[in-house]
Design a protein around this ligand. Structure first.
Ligand code: SF4
Length: 123
């Protein structure tokens, strides 16, 4: 198999190192461009199983605000983000809501919960 080179921008700190991952088609052969172990780990994860936290809002009825900020409790696979956003688009919760309340438990079997990112009192 032919080796491939893929480039990533490290988001581990403000230095923003440009990372290069060499892959032989079966596995990672080498990571270059990192200045610390954190960057090397980021490059490997980004190459094999990229994940992101999702932060968005859902509708809330009876609250002091019209939208409730929510987030995933842990990073989820990048390729499931749109599915989760579509699912959250259907959600309407009722105030009051407290920071950390579980809004959806393991939606779409993504492996983590969606939780409230702030309190919203009822009015
Ligand atoms: S490789 Fe290390 S030093 Fe470079 S941006 Fe990533 S975390 Fe920062």
């Amino acid at each position: 198999m032919n080796a491939t080179l893929t480039h990533y921008l490290c988001i581990g700190c403000p230095l923003g190192c440009r990372l290069e991952v060499e892959d032989d088609g079966n596995d990672i052969v080498q990571v270059r461009g990192h200045q610390c172990k954190r960057g090397e780990n980021f490059a490997k994860e980004e190459h094999k199983d990229p994940r992101r936290m999702v932060t968005t809002t859902v509708a809330i009825r009876g609250g002091e605000l019209p939208r409730l900020p929510v987030k995933t409790a842990a990073p989820i696979p990048k390729n499931r983000m749109q599915d989760l956003a579509d699912e959250l688009h259907k959600v309407v919760v009722t105030a009051p809501i407290n920071l950390g309340d579980v809004i959806l438990a393991n939606p779409l079997d993504i492996g983590t919960d969606v939780v409230a990112a702030r309190d919203i009192a009822a009015v």
